[in-house]
Design a protein around this ligand. Sequence first.
Ligand code: 5GP
Ligand code: MN
Ligand code: MN
Length: 331
Amino acid sequence: ADWAAAVAAIRRLPADARVLLICHVNPDGDALGSMLGFGLGLRRLGLRRLQATFPGPPEVPEPFRWLPGLDLLVPQDAAYPDPDLLICFDASSESRLGDLADRLGSAGAALVLDHHPSNTGFGGIHLVDPHAAATSVVAAELLDRLGVPLDAEIAACFYVALSTDTGSFRFEATTPAVHELAARLLATGLRPGEISQRIFDTRPFGAVRLFGEALGRARLEPGAAGGRGLVWTYATLDDLARYDQPPHVLDALIDPVRCTAEADVSCVVKQAAVGEWSVSLRSRGAVDVSRVAVALGGGGHRLAAGFTGRGSLAEVVDRIRAELDGAVLAA
Ligand code: 5GP
Ligand code: MN
Ligand code: MN
């Protein structure tokens, strides 16, 4: 990783330099938490002209609407067209940045913080650690190297990021270093029970019932993925409308689906527009779902990946089935 170049690119900025922070479309806890926490850190360094934004629908998902640093957010159209420094968080490729990908070329310098093995190497200065549990781990190390202390607000952002991407410290990427960072974050006085309840365990009753409907029509295909099994379900824009829910509530639908004992691979296909589907893939270990996602134009990690599919629901699921056999890992 280009730590020295990254530190130098930030240290040489005058206080009135324009800094634009961006993250991937449909931001999750890691995208928002690493971006806003790092932005607050830059504010502590005295930088005054900080903006944060992301492509696509501008709504911050309800579970994250209390995060410190939300005041840094500006609408995509209001963001500096040619910032002195652009910093990109948690995006594995330019396609995850929508129209904001243009800023990579027009910025004075572009810094990329990420942890996806499928990162394409776009941008200028790379801090991409495929072994990091979350982009916030990379962001926290960069703040350390810049000499910015972790305060309670920065810590809340990074804690959300870390607990989201590790599934509350349950996934394989949960190393001693992750717990050491979590310990430093907790030492600022944040309340983990309150944060977890807000981001994982709170959803509108309509979303609970929508999950029930989607889970009720889940399909189990034991022969898929070379006999390792596939379980999948879907939700349409009409489902969202009937239960009066915004699209982001479906981000958590994969969690009950992926518990299925009889399937290594789980999948939720979420309609994003007519003929456009946002697909979440998870593996219990026998299949590298990032291979499937990359083959179909997306990206992610070995056990958690996704892509955007076009066509009918049946066509999208057929394409997944076709890629799964080649993605089974050697025993
Ligand atoms: P999720 O299913 O939670 O949306 O995403 C799981 C993982 O797959 C995340 O690491 C995310 O970055 C990646 N991912 C999800 N959708 C896409 C996509 O459309 N394109 C790419 N490149 N990665 C995706
Ligand atoms: Mn993410
Ligand atoms: Mn991440």
